[in-house]
Every structure is written in structure tokens, then in C-alpha cells.
Design a protein around this ligand. Structure first.
Ligand SMILES: Cc1ncc(COP(=O)(O)O)c(C=O)c1O
Length: 465
């Protein structure tokens, strides 16, 4: 009988596959020897594998480039990185080394831009797309950056009132309008709260922006929260956006850019079959067809891929430190950390990540539920993308079992509040950063030790006089 964990994986997926292979019965992640890291640093352990960032930026550029070439598309493509998906300096360093442009979401993001400039990681020519609801402070920071010579900053108006703060600019400022998308039918509301309602866009432009001598509408922004998908819903929303682009272009000839936001999928399963090249070609083709029919220039295309840039660089590793059989069919593998606080999307959004054992691949497998350390009943993980179950190797005797959640590099740290107070005071794991030098040699360093009790007590005020 073929009932080892390796048999299960080989029967279900192509394995080994990009990013995942075995050395003996230990898993490697992008050829990184996880056994070595675990022996050296213990668990729980968070890993940021930086070479993936450059790789994915280049993949996206290649897909757009190929689509432009094969379709005869005349615009430029700009890859912007959506900073909110991971704000770490080492991520931004990597993104900027690949010459990506940036997208911001809130006031403190502008402080981040200033810090990058101070460290000479960017110059003032960088393109900065400013999205998000503009508080007074956020608008002020944008205007100050613009006044300081960041002339390629493009505030995207999320609502019409935001324009007022930009009316007094003294030099030419390019702006964008975000078009509110209709939500997917299974949402609790019809239209996204983000952006300007479609029927207001052209009257707003004609009345408020067109007459202004210094404000130039250059970009139409469109983002579908559920991501880029080959679905009737996505194509129908893209069509609406392109109709809007064409209509706007008729009254605003200087409009020249279309921003299709983020939402490029990453792999959340070893069985993932998403064809990025195909979908990008389809998107570019649709844009081109709309513009050719309307006899207008092809717009420059901007993307703001966050998850796609950084998601696949992350992994979070735990040890199974106990087993609890609570009835005849439910066996819990208790891990030395909390799922709620390290991969909060798994808890809050039912997001699935790639979950694999790190060792014991030659061991017989069994059905388990992964249990987190917090006292919360919902601190568990019991299904994968394709099956409503989780299988793990059996733990024999005093053998150790390590498990890893992979492609956890986007959003999890900011949502869980990296370095802050954690549910049940369960500390954030030690964090290792893996980088590649110019000759392709990998090295790593400890970015942060496991969160200390002292740091939490400080935040909570126990160390105040
Ligand atoms: C305006 C905007 N752009 C880009 C993104 C990035 O999306 P993703 O991480 O799915 O690529 C988001 C995410 O919420 C967004 O709101």
C-alpha cells in the first residue's frame, strides 16, 4: 500500500515543483535547507525569502512585454509595488532594486517614502501612486512631497471631496480618478465604498478638473478586490472600466494611463493552475480592442501588485508539540504558535496557504486538524484549497514533526500587528531573512528574535514608573 505522505503528494500533484522539493525526507523551500534553519534557530520561525520578489516582478514584466509585442500594443507598462502588502525595509530594498515604482495607501506611507529618499534608495523621479481615502494629514503629506520635487506623484481621488485640497497647487499636478467597481454578487453590498461612483465621474471631471489650469487628469484607476480572475464578473467589470476610459478620453484628451490595481493571484496550493501569461494577454487584448475601436491611443498600463510581489517569499514554520484525540475521528496536532496571530487571514478570511510537513515525508499519513496555542476556539486550520481536510505524517514515538505554511509573505504581518500585543500574549516568532548576492549565493540573517515578554509588558505599561 502506498500510504506514506510522499505517496499522497505524488498522487495528487506534480512533485517536486517550483519552490518545493525534498532532500531525503526533508522539505526544501526554493532550495533552502529548512532542516538546517530549524536546527540552527528552532521554531516557530518566520522566513522571508527575498529572491522571490525580484523573480516575480520580472515575471510580470515579461508577461506584459510579451503581450505588448504579440498584440502590437503601443503603451508602456509600469510595475508599481503596493507597499501595504509588506512594509519591511528589506522588501522595499528588493522591490526598488528591480526598478519598480510605488503605490501608497495612507499618510504614514509618505513617511516611508521620505525614509527611502533619505537613504538614497529612491530619487525624486520615482512614480508614486497615492491611493486610499485622503485624510487631511495624508493630503498634506502628499502635497509636501510634491512641493519638494517629487513631480511624478499621482494622487488618485477616492472621492470627489478630495479634490478641494489639491486646488491650490502652484505647479502642474497629474491626478487620477478611482472608479468604484460593483462588488461580486455574493458580497453584502452592491458597490465598493472605494472610488467614485461611475455616473459621477464625467460630470465631476468636466465641472471641477477640466477648468483647472494646473490639474491634469492622467489616470483612470480600477481595482477589483476579489482579484484578477478569468470569470464573467471580472471581465464584465473590466469592460465597464474600459467604456469609462473611452468616454473620459473623449472629453479629456490628456488622459493617458489605465491603472488596473493589484489582485494578481499567487499559488495557494501545489495544484494551482493559474495561467498568468494568458490572463495578462487577455487583459491587454481587451484594452487594445476597446481603444482601437474608439480610435484612441493605447493607454500606459499600471499595476499595483502586492500579494504577487511578496506573498510567495514568506513561510511560517511550527513544531507539533502535542497531539490531542478528542473523539474517534478528530486528531489535533497542537503547534507551538498561534495561527490567528501569525497568519491572520487564515482565521479572518478563511484564506488557505500551502501547508506541508517539513520532515517525515516517508511516514504514513493521517487526517489531522492543526490547533493553535491561543485559547480561542477558532485558532485552527483544517482544510486545504482543494480538499476539506488536512493530512500530515503520523508522529512515531518521540520523533519531532515540523510543519510549514508557505506563501505567507503578504499582509499577515501588518494585519497581525508585527511586534505588538498578541492574542493570549503568544509571542511573534523569530524572523529570518534570506537574500541572494550578485553571484547568486544565498545567505541569511536574523531580522528579529522571538518577541520578548519584556517588549509586550512595555507596550502594556507594566514598566512605567
Ligand atoms: C488600490 C489597491 N491597489 C493594489 C492592491 C494590492 O492588491 P494585491 O495585494 O491583491 O495585489 C490593493 C489591495 O487591497 C489595493 O487596495
Amino acid at each position: 500500500m502506498r500510504d506514506r505522505y510522499i505517496d499522497l503528494i505524488e498522487q495528487t500533484y506534480y512533485f517536486p515543483q517550483e519552490g518545493f522539493d525534498l532532500d531525503g525526507d526533508w522539505l526544501r523551500f526554493n532550495k533552502v535547507d529548512l532542516k538546517d534553519l530549524i536546527e540552527k534557530y528552532g521554531t516557530p520561525l518566520k522566513i522571508s525569502y527575498l529572491p522571490k520578489i525580484e523573480e516575480n516582478i520580472n515575471r510580470a514584466r515579461r508577461w506584459f512585454h510579451e503581450a505588448f509585442e504579440s498584440l502590437g500594443y503601443n503603451g508602456h507598462y509600469y510595475y508599481c509595488y503596493c507597499t501595504k502588502s509588506s512594509h519591511f525595509a528589506f522588501v522595499l530594498d528588493e522591490v526598488l532594486a528591480s526598478n519598480a515604482q510605488l503605490e501608497t495607501s495612507s499618510n504614514y506611507d509618505i513617511y516611508l517614502i521620505r525614509a527611502l529618499y533619505k537613504k538614497k534608495k529612491i530619487d525624486k523621479a520615482i512614480r508614486i501612486i497615492c491611493n486610499g481615502f485622503k485624510t487631511d494629514q495624508y493630503t498634506q503629506s502628499i502635497l509636501e512631497l510634491f512641493a519638494d520635487g517629487f513631480n511624478n506623484i499621482v494622487p488618485i481621488l477616492d472621492n470627489m471631496d478630495e479634490l478641494d485640497a489639491f486646488l491650490n497647487v502652484e505647479k502642474d499636478l497629474n491626478i487620477g480618478l478611482r472608479m468604484a467597481a460593483e462588488e461580486e454578487p455574493n458580497y453584502q453590498f452592491y458597490t465598493s465604498r472605494l472610488g467614485i461612483r461611475q455616473r459621477d465621474m464625467i460630470p465631476f471631471y468636466l465641472e471641477k478638473i477640466k477648468p483647472h489650469p494646473k490639474l491634469h487628469l492622467k489616470m483612470l484607476h480600477f481595482f477589483i478586490d476579489s482579484g484578477i480572475k478569468d470569470s464573467a464578473y471580472y471581465w464584465s467589470e473590466l469592460n465597464k472600466c474600459l467604456s469609462m476610459y473611452v468616454e473620459l478620453k473623449k472629453v479629456c484628451p490628456e488622459l493617458n494611463s489605465l491603472n488596473i490595481g493589484g489582485g494578481m493571484p499567487i499559488r495557494y496550493s501545489l495544484g494551482s493552475k493559474f495561467d498568468h501569461g494568458y490572463i495578462i494577454e487577455e487583459i491587454v487584448n481587451k484594452i487594445k480592442t476597446f481603444c482601437d475601436e474608439a480610435e484612441i491611443d493605447h493607454p500606459n498600463i499600471y499595476t499595483e501588485f502586492g500579494n504577487f510581489t511578496v506573498g510567495e517569499s514568506g513561510a511560517t514554520i511550527f513544531e507539533v508539540i502535542g497531539q490531542k484525540k478528542q473523539n474517534d475521528s478528530e486528531l489535533w496536532y497542537m503547534i507551538n504558535g498561534s495561527l490567528m496571530t501569525t497568519i491572520p487571514d487564515a482565521w479572518g478570511l478563511n484564506q488557505r496557504f500551502i501547508l506541508l510537513p517539513i520532515n517525515s515525508w516517508n511516514q504514513v499519513y493521517q487526517r489531522t486538524i492543526i490547533g493553535g496555542l491561543s485559547c480561542d476556539v477558532s485558532d485552527y486550520y483544517n482544510s486545504e484549497v482543494h480538499i476539506n481536510q488536512v493530512y500530515m505524517p503520523k508522529i512515531m514515538g518521540d520523533q519531532k514533526l515540523y510543519i510549514g505554511f508557505f506563501h505567507t509573505g503578504a499582509y499577515q504581518d501588518s494585519i497581525s500587528g508585527y511586534g505588538g500585543i498578541k492574542h493570549c500574549l503568544i509571542p511573534g516568532p523569530k524572523h529570518i531573512v534570506i537574500e541572494k548576492d550578485d553571484k547568486g549565493k544565498l545567505s541569511h540573517y536574523v531580522f528579529n528574535e522571538e518577541q520578548s515578554a519584556e517588549s509586550m509588558l512595555n507596550i502594556l505599561g507594566y514598566n512605567r514608573e
